[in-house]
Design a protein around this ligand. Structure first.
Ligand code: ADP
Length: 514
């Protein structure tokens, strides 16, 4: 072969390789070009690839014959013929492989399997990586004897050098591509995490915060720029105190979150349902804010305690009175006192049960309200009769028009407000009614302790009491004003309070005119 042909071939291979990025394409070009220039009937290139998990396996390209001719045969093994090539111990050239002493010693075929290409001339060269490892082998065959010369051997070696560099290049490109893809996937994941409702935080093996998503910001009140790149213990006040109690699992199973309080500077105590997952690079924590839920739970148990206490007290009183009445002969005045007590406590009990029932009707939207004519004077008088004489003064302005609503429910609202005034403020209590714009306004005023501005909205919430543990000794469930608000709203009215601490309160509501 001419030197020009050789160098031309090597040049062509080099250009073809340089133009391609894909490992398989490169290897195919090398195989095709080398098979052609060597005048081989068929050529094959076996090469090792390493997959994403670091596993190495062999692929091959074929030239000169359809791939199907090879597919039923196993990969070349470490036989005497192939071993030198895979070990990198120089090219192997045989004029007639079938008569070569290295041929035909191995199970199961002792030579070429039936249906194999009719190889007589054989030439093989190892392909090295730039570091000197064998990354594959080029193999050529011909059906004729003595086709490959020493020069062919040199060409094969020359091409093998290019092939080694080409594979290296393709691998580097592939590594770069997958690194880029991984970086993009990470960036996508980081974007996705911004929209997750749970706080997601990643801390590396040195305890440095690497990720702090938007939900983590809003739950803790800490901006990511103040946390990222810092030690979590230093960046997140209160973290060290909860860190040890956070259940941290690995990625093999589910971890049950723990509910823990975190002291935040901006939001005070925040309850988190939190768990962590440890991985090679650190720990990922996921958490959600369960502060509201916890408050509700503690409110619920407070409520159960309050309601049962409220029910038990009158029952005990009635029971005690009955026992006393039964036990002995009492003088009639004592018996009257006890009977009165039974009377009051039974009424209290009934109204308590009524309150609870009404609340549940309101909550389940089962309450039916009339839209009828409500005479303010009548309603106020009826309400006044439930509290003792002399406590209450009633001022109904002349020509106060009738209101529109459910008379029984309006009476209930006025009664509630009056009873509260008596309970929390004591006499004097004034109940007024008058016309305002297109409505009728009712007011219940007292000169008691008043209500702080910050509490004036909340007292209308269900179960809300200023003194939830009844330290002041005034009993109640926190349902009264909630019921008032709901009833008034359902009658298309408005309700509110005007109050100055220490000076008394005026609870008011307005109903549409009839
Ligand atoms: P309850 O009286 O059963 O506690 P309410 O819903 O009727 O429940 O009232 C809620 C809270 O509002 C009371 O616990 C009390 O602290 C406050 N409150 C109601 N009325 C008055 C009032 N006239 N003066 C001062 N505080 C009041």
């Amino acid at each position: 072969m001419q030197e020009t042909t050789l160098s031309e071939t090597l040049y062509r291979v080099a250009v073809a390789v340089a133009e391609r990025d894909d490992l398989h394409d490169i290897v195919q070009v090398v195989t095709d070009e080398s098979t052609a220039v060597l005048g081989a009937e068929f050529g094959a290139f076996f090469y090792n690839v390493i997959d994403r998990d670091g596993e190495s396996y062999s692929l091959y390209t074929i030239s000169g014959v359809p791939r199907s001719r090879f597919e039923k045969f196993p990969m070349p093994r470490n036989t005497d013929v192939f071993r030198p090539t895979f070990e990198g111990s120089g090219p192997v050239r045989m004029d007639d492989v079938t008569t070569d002493p290295r041929f035909g010693h191995n199970e199961p075929y002792y030579g070429m399997p039936a249906g194999h290409l009719p190889v007589r001339s054989y030439l093989a060269a190892s392909v090295f990586s730039p570091k000197g490892d064998v990354v594959g082998g080029l193999f050529f065959g011909h059906a004729q004897v003595g086709v490959f010369t020493e020069e062919h051997e040199r060409i094969a070696e020359g091409i093998a050098v290019h092939a080694g560099l080409a594979i290296q290049k393709a691998r580097l490109l592939e590594a770069e591509r997958s690194a880029r893809a991984e970086a993009e996937a990470r960036a996508d994941a980081a974007i996705a995490l911004e929209f997750v409702e749970d706080g997601v935080v990643m801390v590396d093996q040195h305890g440095i915060v690497r990720l702090w998503n938007r939900a983590a910001e809003s739950i803790t009140g800490l901006r990511s720029q103040n946390v990222l790149g810092r030690a979590i213990g230093a960046a997140v006040a209160g973290w060290e105190r909860v860190a040890l109690a956070i259940p941290v699992g690995d990625d093999t199973g589910s971890t049950t979150p723990a509910t823990l309080p975190l002291d935040t500077l901006r939001r005070g105590e925040v309850w988190l349902s939190i768990y962590g997952i440890a991985f090679a690079g650190g720990t990922v924590y996921a958490f959600r804010d369960v502060t509201g839920q916890r408050q509700l739970e503690s409110l619920r148990s407070d409520v159960i305690a309050t309601v049962s206490h409220e029910l038990r007290t009158p029952i005990a009183a009635v029971y005690g009175a009955v026992q006393t009445l039964r036990g002995r002969t009492l003088d009639p005045s004592m018996a009257d006192v006890l009977l009165d007590m039974i009377d009051t406590e039974s009424v209290r009990l009934a109204s308590l049960v009524e309150e609870i029932l009404l609340t549940s009707q309101i909550d389940s939207e089962r309450l039916q309200l009339e839209r009828a004519r409500v005479d303010p004077e009548t309603v106020i008088r009826a309400a006044a009769s439930t509290v003792g004489d002399g406590t209450l003064s009633v001022e109904v302005a002349a020509e106060t028009p009738p209101a529109c609503g459910d008379p029984e429910k309006v009476r209930q609202v006025v009664t509630n407000l009056v009873e509260n005034a008596v309970k929390y403020a004591g006499a004097p209590v004034t109940v007024r009614a008058r016309a305002v714009r297109d409505a009728v306004r009712f007011e219940v005023s007292d000169t008691g302790p008043g209500i702080a501005r910050s509490e004036q909205q909340r007292i209308f919430e269900k179960f809300y009491r200023l003194d939830p543990h009844m330290r002041e000794g005034v009993r109640g469930t926190g349902l009264g004003l909630y019921i008032c608000r709901e009833l008034v709203h359902r009658m298309q009215g408005r309700i509110g309070v005007e109050s100055t601490e220490g000076r008394g309160s005026t609870f008011w509501f307005e109903l549409p005119r009839y």
